[in-house]
Ligand binder design. Structure first.
Ligand code: SF4
Length: 93
């Protein structure tokens, strides 16, 4: 099964300010479920945090999986740059 190649950098979880569906988890811009750079509700995390399931359930109606992955990877890498995260975590599609 195809999976988005998330590198577990934690950048998305550290940048949830202004995302309406995740507002209840927002703590100064970071998710309050993120501890030691790991999601503490991983198995029950919201659909928005599940790239492949979100694609299957929502975005597949609008674009190909490859395009969805490309857009997500671009967002991941931009967030990583903004947060000065090491190059080893960059996502390549
Ligand atoms: S920013 Fe991208 S690579 Fe980093 S944890 Fe989130 S989905 Fe994974």
């Amino acid at each position: 099964m195809t999976q988005f190649p998330c590198t577990s950098c934690g950048a998305c979880c550290s940048s949830i300010e202004g995302i309406a569906f995740l507002e209840k988890y927002n703590q100064n811009g970071s998710c309050n479920k993120l501890k030691d750079n790991e999601c503490t509700i991983y198995e029950e995390r919201p659909l928005l945090c599940r790239i492949d399931e979100a694609y299957d359930q929502i975005f597949s109606a609008y674009m190909t999986r490859k395009d969805f992955y490309r857009q997500n990877a671009k967002a991941c890498n931009e967030l990583q740059e903004k947060l000065n995260i090491s190059l080893e975590y960059r996502v390549y599609i």
